[in-house]
Design a protein around this ligand. Structure first.
Ligand SMILES: [Zn+2]
Length: 95
């Protein structure tokens, strides 16, 4: 799970998800309230995860799979994304 870069306390999935969904550059710790950033590798992993259902789009078209199944893929990756978040005190570029 995600741990604060300052106080070291583990964030609940719900706290991480809310902060990710705000699309802000900084993530504030729910315990010590200090702002911090996602590590570069964490940003890369969450970005790849969120983009991954789009990469499957040709398969959905080729095999005439249903739109609800594709939406389920998107919802699943959004729900899984907080599990990949790692935090750091310094901001770093995505690549
Ligand atoms: Zn903290």
């Amino acid at each position: 799970m995600t741990a604060c870069a300052y106080c070291g306390r583990e964030w609940k999935w719900k706290d991480t998800f809310k902060r990710l969904a705000s699309f802000k550059n900084t993530l504030e710790c729910p315990y010590c309230k200090k702002s911090q950033f996602q590590t570069a590798s964490s940003k890369q992993k969450t970005s790849m995860l969120i983009v991954s259902p789009s990469l499957l789009l040709p398969l959905f078209v080729m095999f005439s799979l249903s739109l609800p199944l594709l939406l389920l893929c998107y919802v699943t990756v959004f729900l899984l994304s907080p599990l990949l978040v790692k935090l750091t005190k310094e901001d770093s570029p995505l690549w």
